[in-house]
Design a protein around this ligand. Structure first.
Ligand code: S3P
Length: 178
């Protein structure tokens, strides 16, 4: 069995809702990068971007990632930009099951606006155009996850179920090879 599950993917790909559902089914802890960053900084992610800049946000994010990715029995939802940061994947150890929740830019933008999103990178101008460029830039880093699941066709409940199946398969594989 993996020690932890890491969910990666673009903004509004369902990382938090799937992560919460999965953690509750496993009886594990759920941790979300952005929530921990905001609590530690004492202000929202939007305010960190606006007042301290993206560089400071990425510094905090890397610090939080290192801590959360060392925890056991934890489902971790990363921020959408983290996997593309230099050195990010070096923090992901063999005992981590990483999953990319894949979504198209158009659906991500639609979902984010429906969520009354306060995401600083999805504000102002042609948001779909920006999301498309960002996703193109990040796709290779998301692809480094061990598994990819379609987060457009499936909702959080189904995605959590699929990840449970992947975990069972990993356990069986391990027993079989031991
Ligand atoms: C970001 C995604 C956000 C948050 C920040 C930057 C990004 O997280 O970390 O606004 O660079 O894509 P979510 O993916 O949870 O929205």
């Amino acid at each position: 069995m993996p020690e932890r599950v890491l969910l990666v993917g673009f903004m509004a790909s369902g990382k938090s809702s799937t992560g919460k559902e999965l953690a509750s089914r496993l009886g594990w802890d759920f941790q979300d990068f952005d929530t921990v960053i905001a609590a530690r900084a004492g202000k929202s992610v939007s305010r960190i971007f606006a007042e301290d800049g993206e560089g400071e946000f990425r510094r905090l994010e890397s610090e939080v990632a290192e801590e959360l990715l060392a925890r056991s029995d934890t489902v971790v939802a990363s921020g959408g930009g983290w996997p593309a940061q230099p050195g990010a994947w070096k923090m992901v150890t063999e005992d981590t099951l990483s999953v990319w929740l894949k979504v198209s830019p158009a659906v991500a933008v639609r979902r984010a606006s429906g969520q009354g999103s306060t995401r600083p990178l999805l504000h102002g101008g042609d948001v779909t155009e920006r999301a498309t460029a960002l996703l193109l830039d990040r796709e290779a880093s998301y692809r480094r996850a061990r598994y990819t699941l379609d987060s457009e066709q499936y909702g959080p409940l189904e995605l959590a179920g699929e990840i449970m199946k992947l975990m069972k398969d990993m356990k069986l594989m391990k027993e079989w090879t031991n």
